[in-house]
Design a protein around this ligand. Sequence first.
Ligand SMILES: O=C(O)c1ccccc1N[C@@H]1O[C@H](COP(=O)(O)O)[C@@H](O)[C@H]1O
Length: 245
Amino acid sequence: MTATAKTLELLPAVDVRDGQAVRLVHGESGTETSYGSPLQAALAWQSAGAEWLHLVDLDAAFGTGDNRALVAEITRAMDIKVELSGGIRDDATLAAALATGCTRVNLGTAALETPEWVAKVIAEHGDRIAVGLDVVGTTLKGRGWTSEGGDLYETLARLDSEGCARYVVTDIGKDGTLTGPNLELLRSVCAATDKPVVASGGVSSLDDLRALSGLVGEGVEGAIVGKALYAKAFTLQEALEVVSA
Ligand SMILES: O=C(O)c1ccccc1N[C@@H]1O[C@H](COP(=O)(O)O)[C@@H](O)[C@H]1O
């Protein structure tokens, strides 16, 4: 039997702030560009052929309120897989997130501030838990990327030892800038773990997706695409064609 080569998964992003789909620059509060209804955006990516949606409650991540009812409604409206994140930091918020039927959640701040709880939920929920490693250089950031949370590689080693199934790696310096992904960082994280890595931050062109596809063999499983789609640098259909080629 011939094995089928793995192709890069694409996760179009819908980040929700104050009920609207937005994109930020470097994740900084106040840099929002608004793109209207997040449900309409999510449905548009689904109609265009997406197999995944990366859905973020930015208010919950920043601690400026939440859009929990709305992100639950969006998740329930999707026929595709949903990776849900933002403000999932304790038993109650995790239970509510998982109850939406999302495929997996992505934990950020909790992995930095409450490592024992994260180890427990990794053990309980397996690959429904991913951890977001959001970095400036090799320093992890939490709480809406405003607080420092230790060293990337030390935290990665700890999470690996606890059985974390997958990492979503964001170079904050690249996020929302359309300047290309940090391939060096992704290679370095892939070399440090056997677990799959979802790349986030900086995708600006179809060539960037080709470059990320070139890292699938090293462990890059997927790529989150945000601003490039909203800015119409390329269409989702074009992106899906490039990664399936
Ligand atoms: O996605 C963003 O643009 C973003 C910007 C600023 C802060 C967080 C952001 N996104 C994601 O939020 C979750 C982390 O939330 P928490 O720390 O668990 O509450 C993670 O997916 C970030 O990548």
